[in-house]
Design a protein around this ligand. Structure first.
Ligand SMILES: O=C(O)CCC(=O)C(=O)O
Ligand SMILES: [Fe+2]
Length: 324
């Protein structure tokens, strides 16, 4: 990042989410097109871009062919109901070179690093053959960082998405609302168990949408378009009204270097009880240390994070959640 000579007065917040964004934007060394993306993310919490990859169409064909045997052969049948069951594959990058190539796309990594002011790296992929029909949520309850907001999702359309195929939806500007944490909803998270890591927060998210009178937008994507969303943007998958359709897409989740990575749904920040994550970068396959202000976290971690016998036992009782 050549523009790192510029020192923000607020390095603990992503550049695009900085309260001093308007004053700082000209100093970030962004092109005009990048400034437009940055401003869109700052104002609305999402931005649509074209996914730059000359091999994209071939990758999509290969990914479909490689994932269908794992997901169900009926995905090839034009008349079948494709929405039955939990249709998604997490971390296919581990065995599929094309999924990995999409996750480590150099243009995306470069752009995100410049928009956030810290080096971006991908850590999770999700591949969907159909609409997720997921209720509205912010990804920040699953994966967050300290300092907060250094996480984002990039959703890539692997085919055109009509309204009937369960397009992605989101509430523009909702990333600026308070991050719904356990402390905000009066819940203890550490060592808790949940069927769904989003469920405890659903009432709060819906109440904020109602209080703001906010409307949601859907993304009727063209194949090869990508949508970046901020960690706290409320989003989900619309109902898929035509179950015969497919909606092939890939989400890659990105973190940024020199942060502490943890799961807020199972943490109580005020008590220093963090469900830390052992994050592996998809780019180099290496563990990314939890790090704060340039210094890796000390080895002395609270019991649940220790690789001790007791820690392993506790992990069995309180499994780590890694969904989206
Ligand atoms: O693709 C969708 O419908 C939503 C996916 C999503 O929310 C996520 O991966 O975080
Ligand atoms: Fe999500």
């Amino acid at each position: 990042m050549s523009e790192t000579v510029y020192k923000s007065v607020l390095p603990g917040v992503p550049r695009i989410e900085s309260p001093a964004f308007r004053a700082e934007l000209p100093h970030f060394g962004l092109s005009e097109a990048e400034q437009a993306i940055a401003t869109k993310l700052h104002v609305d919490g999402f931005a649509v871009i074209d996914f730059e990859d000359v091999e994209f169409d071939q990758r999509v064909d290969r990914i479909r062919a490689s994932l269908i045997p794992r997901l169900g052969a009926d995905l090839n049948d034009p008349e079948s109901d494709k929405t039955r069951g939990d249709r998604r594959i997490q971390d296919a990058w581990k065995f599929d070179e094309d999924v990995r190539a999409i996750a480590v796309n150099p243009a995306i990594l470069n752009l995100l690093s410049r928009l956030y002011g810290r080096r971006a790296f991908p850590f999770q992929t999700l591949n969907f053959p159909v609409g997720t029909q997921q209720a509205v949520h912010a990804d920040a309850v699953h994966f967050s960082s300290l300092p907060e907001r250094f996480m984002c999702g990039v959703w890539v359309a692997m085919e055109d998405v009509p309204a009937e195929a369960g397009p992605l939806f989101y509430a523009p500007g909702s990333h600026r609302w308070p991050i719904v944490s356990n402390s905000l909803i009066g819940r203890r998270g550490y060592a808790s168990q949940l069927e769904s890591a989003q469920e405890p927060y659903a009432d709060a998210w819906n109440a904020m949408i109602a209080a703001h009178g906010a409307s949601t937008e859907t993304f009727l994507a063209r194949k090869g378009q990508a949508l970046i969303w901020c960690a706290n943007l409320l989003h989900g998958g619309s109902p898929q009204s035509d179950p015969r359709l497919t909606r092939w897409s890939q989400v890659t989740h990105y973190y940024f270097e020199d942060c502490i990575y943890y799961t807020p749904a199972f943490s109580d920040e005020a008590l220093g009880q963090l469900q830390l994550r052992d994050i592996v970068g998809i780019d180099d396959g290496k563990l990314r240390p939890n790090s704060y202000l340039g210094t890796p976290l000390p080895a002395q971690l609270p019991p649940l994070q220790k690789r001790s016998r007791m820690g392993r036992l506790l992990r069995k009782i309180v499994p780590r959640r890694s969904g989206n």
